[in-house]
Design a protein around this ligand. Structure first.
Ligand code: ATP
Ligand code: LTN
Length: 332
């Protein structure tokens, strides 16, 4: 049996980028892979590496949990939980920090990017963020970690930490593999297709919030930045805007770029965008409906309780083993 694990931070809204790059792939893996144990969590401890508003954070945790299920994660197949409810994440994080060098952390691109955006100073947890992420993964002996391309460097570090620990203390951790879906790994901004679509972008027109009004979503697609040559052709270098929209089209319909190009030959961008707006709307409408049912139901809490209990059971066992390897506490 293979174990899969992934997490998303409950910061701000959930975008079409998060959906196509992460959540939709989780659903696909859940449905296609056999004999797997799949854990998905809401990375609230990661979220507080940068300042968060207390009320917003609480709301975002619940919203993300409901959205995961609304997007198709099946609680019978996946254990869904909130990271901070399994305290072993921080315990293992600390033990791994003792085996990670500051130089390795200072090299992380995400740290360098986020560091310069901080107004109130840079928290030490922003630097140690990837070690907590390594702990999330190694705690459960995860074999496969489905993430977007931007997380590849963190996965590489996780592998290095695991190998280093195993060499020093004896075989303790499974060395995980990243699983990066070929398509949807990088959905770009609708206003600047050379930048990734990001929920922290100050311009809301640059992204699609999964829970936005459907008409707003359609308009965002219709007004997305493209070039002026009017030919629906995939060319990421010279036509990044239309190529990005084709990626979205292809991810939802499973049509290849070639099929899309043939379908829209001579038809121009207006028709293509109008169709894509409908395709995205049809994908998101049932998700929004299910979300509305879930967010007020008791079902959601029951799902998160089950996930927490299952994850805690695995995590407790692992931490006890790691402490023993290091020589912490008293011998049992
Ligand atoms: P921010 O942009 O504020 O850094 P984010 O939107 O990248 O946040 P995360 O919580 O860091 O959100 O990412 C959640 C998951 O969604 C990750 O697996 C990430 O790789 C994926 N993801 C995020 N943005 C995109 C995107 N534009 N295209 C594809 N996948 C994405
Ligand atoms: N760092 C990731 C979220 C994340 C994660 C993880 C993903 C935290 N812990 C463990 C996979 C496995 C992000 O920012 N997208």
């Amino acid at each position: 049996m293979k174990r899969l694990l992934s997490g998303i931070q409950p910061t701000g809204v959930v975008t079409l980028g998060n959906y196509l790059g992460a959540i939709k792939n989780f659903v696909k893996l859940q449905n296609e892979l056999e004999d797997i144990d799949f854990l998905v969590f809401i990375a609230d401890l990661h979220a507080i590496t940068v300042p968060q508003n207390k009320t917003e954070l609480r709301k975002n945790i619940k919203t993300l949990a409901a959205l995961y299920i609304a997007c198709g994660l099946d609680p019978k197949k996946v254990h869904l939980f909130v990271q901070s409810e399994v305290i072993e994440h921080t315990m293992l994080g600390y033990m791994l920090e003792c085996n990670t060098y500051i130089g390795e952390l200072e090299r992380m691109t995400q740290y360098k990017d986020k560091k310069v955006k901080q107004i109130e100073g840079v928290s030490s947890s922003l630097l140690t963020y990837p070690v907590l992420m390594a702990a999330d993964i190694l705690l459960y002996d995860s074999d496969l970690v489905p993430v977007g391309e931007d997380q590849k460097q963190h996965l590489e570090l996780t592998r290095n930490i695991a190998i280093r620990f195993n060499n020093k203390y004896g075989e303790t951790f499974v060395v995980p593999e990243p699983y990066i879906a070929k398509q949807g790994a990088r959905v770009m901004s609708l206003t600047d297709p050379t930048k990734k679509m990001s929920k922290s972008d100050p311009n809301p027109k640059s992204y699609i919030n999964l829970l936005d009004d459907i008409n707003i979503i359609k308009n965002r697609i219709k007004s997305a930045v493209t070039d002026s040559d009017g030919c629906v052709r995939y060319d990421i270098v010279n036509k990044p805007g239309i190529s990005n929209l084709m990626t979205i089209y292809s991810c939802i319909t499973n049509k290849t770029y070639e099929e899309i190009e043939n379908q829209y030959q001579g038809l121009g961008y207006q028709q293509f965008k109008a169709d894509l707006a409908e395709i995205v709307a049809n994908e998101l409408t049932p998700i929004q409906e299910r979300y509305k049912e879930l967010i007020t139901s008791k079902e959601l809490d029951a799902i998160l309780d089950e996930g927490r209990d299952y994850a805690s059971m695995l995590a407790r066992r692992k931490v006890s083993k790691v402490k023993d390897r290091i020589g912490l506490g008293r011998k049992k």
